[in-house]
Ligand binder design. Structure first.
Ligand SMILES: [Zn+2]
Length: 427
């Protein structure tokens, strides 16, 4: 009897489970997006940066997807090549405080411009209290810091004193900056001192001595590439609507630590490829030509889109609209539209389409911002939106921006919103 009840219970729960599993089953767009995100964030892509040529591996993958989808290329292939300087850390980096090893990526980051440097040094503190005490601070500045590491509490206040210290005006061996969140970046140059960022909660109670080992490799002319394909318009082939997403990310810090960049911006590439797939279907054949650009070098400073707008492969005046997508992985709170207040009628249209169809929670307006690849287009007078999703996981430019925690929960509805908006742009 007891076993029978247990079996009945098991049946009951498995029925409920399969029902809820069915409810969350998602469609083709989601499945393709998941595949793209998983691939672009895998270890073999090395964080799509400049250690082990991760950016080129990612570009090659995207090129193959473009080809499978059947996109045309403007030249012999889908690539538009460019080069730039980049500071990298191909060798392992290490930091110990009082002899205790910190974990790279988790406890500390080596700031992007840091050069090769190593040593064991005494730690000297420079906190708010010291800076505010003018007499004490003047005396402090007279110290010889040559063999010392100065630990600065980065309050985020933009004071001259703080900026000077973080810029190592005191000529210390290295600067340590204490942070509430670790956020990595890229640098096109190498500086003459290392800056080490340590998470405040990872610091030992009484840090006295630091040992660090950093090896940089500066690449003066790294060759990267925008990946560009298109579907020819049936009525206006010389009129272009561009969809874009950057595929590069931050790469690796040492041999083992890489930044997957699931939300930023494997998710945008997933949207780009889904759109390419959509417009390649005969039933969705566009009237104007639709161009798909996966930009390189965005994290280094919008370099791919800058190069494209300086060296366009068709006249910029023939571009009807640019729709740039960066951070497409969440969306519980809807999306934000950068340049929405500049191209107000297009924004109103997007908002209206969303209201009519109830795709996502909100379409929020924002003004101009140089925060992604739309920027160089609108600066040159080309109408351009940049959309990003809001809500959900907050991982950003850190080792936690991972595929398994990226929900893609509004992805299909954002896709529907973009394609519906695209239909109107095509008219
Ligand atoms: Zn990004």
């Amino acid at each position: 009897m007891r076993i029978k009840i247990l079996l009945l219970l098991l049946l009951f729960y498995s029925a409920i489970f399969s029902l809820s599993a069915q409810e969350i089953t998602k469609g083709e767009v989601y499945a393709y997006a998941r595949k793209i995100v998983d691939t672009l964030t895998s270890e073999s892509m090395h964080g799509r940066g400049y250690v082990n040529c991760g950016d080129s591996i990612a570009a090659n993958y995207l090129k193959n997807e473009f080809s499978k989808i059947g996109l045309k290329s403007f030249g012999d292939d889908y690539y538009q090549k460019l080069s730039f300087g980049i500071n990298t850390f191909p060798e392992n980096v290490s930091v110990q405080i009082n002899g205790k090893e910190l974990s790279p990526g988790k406890d500390f980051l080596i700031y992007a411009y840091s050069p090769t440097s190593r040593g064991t040094c005494k730690i000297v503190f420079a906190d708010d209290q010291l800076i505010e005490n003018k007499k004490k601070y003047r005396k402090f500045l007279k110290t010889d810091f040559k063999d010392k590491v100065v630990l600065v509490t980065d309050t985020g206040k933009q004071t001259k004193e703080l900026n000077d210290l973080l810029g190592n005006s005191i000529h210390a061996k290295a600067i340590v900056s204490l942070k509430d969140k670790l956020t990595w970046s890229m640098s096109q140059t190498a500086n003459d001192f290392p800056l080490i960022e340590i998470l405040r909660t990872s610091l030992l109670v009484n840090p006295k001595e630091i040992t660090f080992d950093i090896t940089n490799k500066f690449i003066p002319k790294h060759v990267s590439q925008n990946v560009i394909g298109f579907v020819q318009g049936s009525v206006y082939p010389d009129s272009f609507i561009i969809y874009s997403a950057h595929y590069d990310h931050l790469g690796q810090m040492g041999k083992d630590v890489y930044f997957p960049g699931a939300n930023d911006n494997a998710s945008g590439c997933a949207m780009l490829l889904n759109l390419a797939n959509h417009y390649s279907q005969p039933e969705n054949k566009p009237r104007c030509s639709v161009v798909f650009i996966a930009f390189c070098g965005e994290e280094v400073g919008l370099l791919g889109s800058k190069y494209f707008t300086d060296n366009p492969i068709f006249p910029l005046r023939n571009i009807k609209f640019v729709f740039n997508m960066d951070i497409m992985g969440t969306g519980e709170e809807g999306i934000t539209v950068v340049n929405g207040s500049i191209y107000k009628s297009e924004f109103d249209l997007l908002k209206e389409i969303n209201l009519t169809n109830a795709f996502i929670k909100d379409v929020e307006i924002r003004g101009k911002s140089a925060n992604s690849d739309h920027y160089h287009f609108s600066e040159k007078g080309v109408k351009a939106f940049f959309i990003y999703t809001m809500g959900g996981i907050k991982a950003y430019h850190d080792i936690y921006d991972r595929p398994e925690t990226l929900p893609l929960n509004a992805f299909e509805n954002v896709f529907k919103l973009i394609t519906k908006f695209g239909e109107r742009l095509q008219q």
